[in-house]
Ligand binder design. Structure first.
Ligand SMILES: C[S@@+](CC[C@H](N)C(=O)[O-])C[C@H]1O[C@@H](n2cnc3c(N)ncnc32)[C@H](O)[C@@H]1O
Length: 260
């Protein structure tokens, strides 16, 4: 499995924290006993859930051993972290009050099956809240990967992320239908953040920590270097550096589904 690097991911911590806060800010659940954060990453944002629900047991789950290792020092009797696959996770027999998945479900398949199964485990008053990049979003490196010299080498990586045909992310309407059919009241919205990023090649650096990983991990080190150089050049054209920084427009879809 491709490796995640908590250090690289945290380089843009503030930009990445904002959608999490805005997602959690819309969760209507008052009191909670059990809260789960699926794809919790380095755990920094999971820890904020403990502030919001001080009486709840908070569990962060992530499939990356490096991310869980980064999160472990944050553990308290209230806040625990566990290695695990969100795609295989099902609510425990005792129900769950809040399920959060911020910027992680784009890595997990079969939302049509998964989300109703999670919804079924929500207690009355409970909420399922997730945020994903919109399905149509292509930051630009997909077109480098599709070039004839790279496509044959990248094979599997091309289906893991990037091209629209391969993303597991559904359209907003599909999530509203799916979760309404599961008996939840759904609040869905899309927002484009215009991040202004500092430094050299910041868009490359941003995606090196997330969406580019499957591509880079699929290549031999020498090829990965050459591929990275082409992606850098492409991203410099798509996102030119301006006197104040580099603008990265990032469209995100939010879904907050509540069991009344
Ligand atoms: C973009 S990060 C988001 C981290 C965190 N939720 C946040 O808001 O900062 C995506 C995380 O999803 C995790 N992830 C990817 N696939 C996963 C899976 N199948 N099960 C659990 N976690 C997964 C990655 O390891 C990574 O930590």
């Amino acid at each position: 499995m491709a490796s995640w690097d908590p250090g690289q991911y945290n380089r843009f911590a503030e930009e990445r924290a904002r959608p999490f806060r805005e997602l959690v800010g819309r969760i209507p659940t008052g009191d909670a006993v059990a809260v789960v954060d699926l794809g919790c990453g380095p755990g920094t944002m999971t820890a904020t859930l403990a502030e919001r629900w001080p009486d709840a047991a908070i569990l962060g789950i992530d499939s990356s051993p490096d991310m869980i290792a980064a999160a472990e020092p944050l553990q308290t009797p209230q806040l625990r972290f566990q290695l695990g696959d969100a795609g295989a996770w099902r609510p425990p027999r005792a129900s769950v009050d809040v399920i959060v998945a911020n910027a992680s479900l784009q890595w997990v398949d079969d939302h049509e099956t998964l989300l109703p199964a999670w919804a079924a485990g929500l207690d009355d008053g409970g909420t399922l809240a997730f945020q994903v990049p919109v399905a149509a979003y292509d930051p630009g490196f997909g077109r480098v990967a599709a070039r004839p010299q790279w496509a044959p080498l990248l094979g599997g990586a091309l289906t893991a992320t990037g091209p629209r045909s391969a993303t597991p992310v559904l359209d907003a309407e599909e999530y509203v239908r799916l979760l309404s059919a599961a008996g939840l009241t759904v609040d869905a919205w899309q927002t484009t953040y215009y991040h202004v990023l500092p430094g050299d090649d910041p868009v490359f650096e941003w995606f090196k920590g997330t969406g580019l990983r499957p591509y880079l991990d699929a290549l031999e080190p020498e090829d990965a270097e050459a591929f990275a150089a082409e992606v850098r050049a492409e991203l410099r054209i798509l996102y030119p550096r301006e006197p104040f920084g580099t603008i990265l427009p990032f469209p995100r879809l939010f879904v907050v589904a509540h069991r009344a």
